[in-house]
Design a protein around this ligand. Structure first.
Ligand code: SF4
Ligand code: MG
Length: 323
C-alpha cells in the first residue's frame, strides 16, 4: 500500500474573542484503500481535521499551519476550479446531519444527476442512469420511485443512504465521514456501517471515519487514530488498540468500557475534563487526568513516538530512556 493522504504537523487556530488552538500538530497518513477511524471526545479535533482536508474551515479567523498532501498534491494550496474539482471527484464528505449535504428543494435523483453532469460532463440521460445506479448501490428500496423523492419524504436511515449515494456518485478516492451513523438507532446504524464497508471495498476508496464510539470504530476501521485535545495520542490497528492500548488515555477509554469494545460506549467516563485549548499545549495535554503522570509530563509535550508501521504513541512512558 502507499499513502493517499499525508497530514504533517497540522495546526489550526481559531481567533475571536478567545483564541482556540483546535489542532496542535496532527500527523497522520492514510493508505490507499484503508479505513482509518478518528476516535475521540467532542472537541478533540476530529471534525476540524476532516474539514481541513476539504478546506471547509471558515477563512478569516482560521490560521492553518503544517501540510496536507493528497496523492502528492498540496491540499491547502488548492483554489478556485482546482478546489471545485477536488471536492466530489477526489474527496467527498458525509455528515451526521444529512441536511448539510442534501438540498431540501431538489429531488434526490436531480441532485445526483446535476452533480455528475457538473463534474463529469455526462449527458442528462447518462446522469439520470447514474443516479438510479447509485440509489441501487446504497440499497434504497424501490429506487426508480425514490429518484423523485425530496429529502423530507424519506426516513432518517434512507436520507443517510441518499447522502452516501450523492457523496459517492463521482467515485471519490477518499471519503470523509463525520459521525454519519450517530443519530441513527442501533439496527439502522449497523446496516449503514455494513453498507459503507461494502461500498468502500467495491470502490477501493480510502475512508477517514470520525466517531466517539469505540464499537463503531471496531465495525468500520482497519486502523484507529485516538485524538485528545487537538492531537493524536495513539495510532494502531483495531486489534492493537483493543488488545494492547499503550497511551493512558486509550487505556482509560477501554477500561471505561468493560468488555473492550461495547457498542455505544461513551468516551466521557474518565474523571476530569480535557483542557480548554485556549493556549497551545506545552505539557502533555492528558497530564491533569493521567493516573500515572510524573513531573516530566508537565515539562514538555511528548511527541508521537513511532512503534512500527502505522503504530505510534505520544507518551513519555514510550520513550526509550524511560523503558
Ligand atoms: Fe500520562 Fe505522562 Fe504519558 Fe501524558 S506523557 S499520558 S501524563 S504518562
Ligand atoms: Mg465533531
Amino acid at each position: 500500500m502507499s499513502a493517499l493522504v499525508e497530514i504533517e504537523d497540522l495546526t489550526v487556530r481559531f481567533s475571536g474573542e478567545r483564541t482556540v488552538h483546535a489542532l496542535n500538530g496532527v500527523s497522520l497518513s492514510v493508505e490507499k484503500g484503508e479505513v482509518v477511524a478518528l476516535l475521540g471526545e467532542s472537541g478533540s479535533g476530529k471534525s476540524v481535521t476532516l474539514k481541513s482536508l476539504m478546506q471547509l474551515l471558515p477563512g478569516k479567523r482560521t490560521k492553518i499551519g503544517g501540510k496536507i498532501a493528497f496523492d502528492g498534491r498540496d491540499v491547502l494550496k488548492l483554489k478556485g476550479r482546482e478546489l471545485a474539482n477536488f471536492r466530489g471527484p477526489e474527496v467527498a464528505m458525509i455528515f451526521q446531519d444529512p441536511s448539510l449535504a442534501l438540498d431540501p428543494v431538489y429531488a434526490i435523483g436531480t441532485q445526483i444527476a446535476e452533480t455528475v453532469m457538473r463534474h463529469e460532463g455526462l449527458s442528462r440521460p447518462d446522469a439520470n442512469a447514474r443516479a438510479l445506479d447509485m440509489l441501487k448501490r446504497v440499497r434504497i428500496p424501490s429506487p426508480e420511485r425514490r429518484l423523485s423523492n425530496y429529502p423530507h419524504e424519506m426516513s432518517g436511515g434512507m436520507r443517510q443512504r441518499a447522502m452516501i449515494a450523492l457523496a459517492l456518485a463521482c467515485g471519490p478516492r477518499l471519503l470523509l465521514a463525520d459521525e454519519p451513523t450517530t443519530a441513527l438507532d442501533a439496527t439502522v446504524q449497523m446496516q449503514v456501517l455494513l453498507l459503507l464497508r461494502e461500498l468502500q471495498q467495491e470502490m477501493g476508496m480510502s475512508v477517514i471515519f470520525v466517531t466517539h464510539d469505540i464499537g463503531v470504530a471496531v465495525e468500520i476501521a482497519d486502523r484507529v487514530a485516538v485524538m485528545y485535545a487537538g492531537t493524536i495520542v495513539e495510532t494502531g490497528t483495531i486489534a492493537e488498540i483493543i488488545k494492547d492500548p499503550r497511551h493512558p488515555y486509550t487505556k482509560g477509554l477501554l477500561a471505561a468500557n468493560l468488555h473492550g469494545a461495547v457498542k455505544g460506549a461513551r468516551l466521557d467516563a474518565i474523571p476530569g475534563a480535557p483542557p480548554t485549548l485556549e493556549e497551545p499545549p506545552t505539557s502533555c495535554p492528558f497530564a491533569p487526568r493521567c493516573p500515572v503522570a510524573m513531573a516530566a509530563c508537565h515539562a514538555a509535550r511528548p511527541p508521537l513516538i513511532s512503534k512500527g508501521p502505522g503504530r505510534a504513541v505520544a507518551c513519555i512512558l514510550e520513550a526509550e530512556s524511560v523503558l
